[in-house]
Write a protein that binds this ligand. Structure first.
Ligand code: NAD
Length: 261
């Protein structure tokens, strides 16, 4: 298996894209620490499934990535119970949809903390050991919104543009150390995050559910279909491999042609 015995930490991996990524890494033999919120029994079942697939270890840490102290503890726990992560996937993210003048300041703070600042903290904490080993793969789930904007998503667009810039800076700082740092920028992927923003978008733009799906979400996606979590996970897996050693500082779009327009 491609990642036999390697250690991976995937944030926000109890559902959606992160879960697909954790599954793809475990299927190639990686020991995985997953993170995120969810029903205790479901999370337990996910860990059992991942451990069975990898033949190794799979653990869950419920750190709230809005808290630097909890991030610190999660990295320490990963290091002591699995080993310092050689593969770090910064995937956790939240969304909130509102015109900027009505945007609740606490929602702005949460999005910046979870979608952007957490990426800084996990990266700074995981890097020293990656440098010592001369190997590391950092993959940040950005978004098409790291390249272009949509109305009513000011905090998310700001955070994702930040993730793309942060990725480039850290890629340059680590370029000679066997470490690659990239982001993947999906268009719309059918996950809870997308499903949950439909009611607010219906309200903000006075549209029906079907209109939001077809005229807002998929309007800019020329393929007219949602990206799948498995497609994103496949690219993440490729970035972990030997042949991806020269891909660093890249912002890889997987958006059905959205940002080609
Ligand atoms: P999701 O809601 O299915 O998954 C989000 C994950 O993050 C869950 O595991 C959740 O428990 C976790 N999470 C949320 N808040 C957290 C916190 N404070 N601390 C720790 N974990 C937390 O959503 P998804 O669509 O799979 O999103 C994953 C990533 O992909 C996000 O960064 C999102 O911005 C990005 N993304 C999604 C899409 C899309 O269309 N779904 C498109 C582009 C980028």
């Amino acid at each position: 298996m491609l990642l036999e015995g390697k250690r991976a930490l995937v944030t926000g991996s109890t559902s959606g894209i992160g879960l697909a990524m954790a599954r793809a890494l475990a299927a190639e033999g990686a020991n995985v620490m997953i993170n995120g919120f969810g029903d205790k029994d479901e999370v337990k079942a996910i860990c059992a499934e991942l451990a069975k697939a990898s033949g190794g270890v799979a653990l869950h840490d419920g750190a709230d990535l809005g808290s630097p102290a909890q991030i610190d503890k999660m990295i320490a726990r990963c290091t002591s119970e699995i080993g310092s992560p050689e593969i770090l996937v910064n995937n956790a993210g939240i969304q909130f949809v509102s015109p900027v003048e009505d945007f609740p300041p606490e929602k702005w703070d949460d999005i910046i903390k979870i979608n952007l600042t957490a990426v800084f903290h996990t990266t700074r904490l995981a890097l020293p050991e990656m440098r010592r080993r001369g190997f590391g793969r950092i993959i940040n789930t950005a978004s098409a919104h790291s390249l272009v904007a949509s109305p009513n998503k000011s905090a998310y667009v700001a955070a994702k543009h930040g993730v793309a810039g942060f990725t480039k800076a850290v890629a340059l700082e680590t370029a000679k150390d066997g470490i690659t740092v990239n982001c993947i920028s999906p268009g719309y992927v059918w996950t809870k995050l997308v499903e949950n923003q439909i009611p607010d978008t219906m309200k903000a733009r006075d549209l029906t559910r079907d209109q939001v799906i077809n005229d807002v979400l998929l309007a800019a996606q020329p393929t007219k279909r949602f990206v799948t979590p498995e497609e994103v996970a496949g690219l993440a897996l490729y970035l972990c491999g030997e042949n991806a050693g020269s891909i660093t500082g890249a912002n890889l779009s997987m958006d059905g042609g959205w940002t080609a327009q």
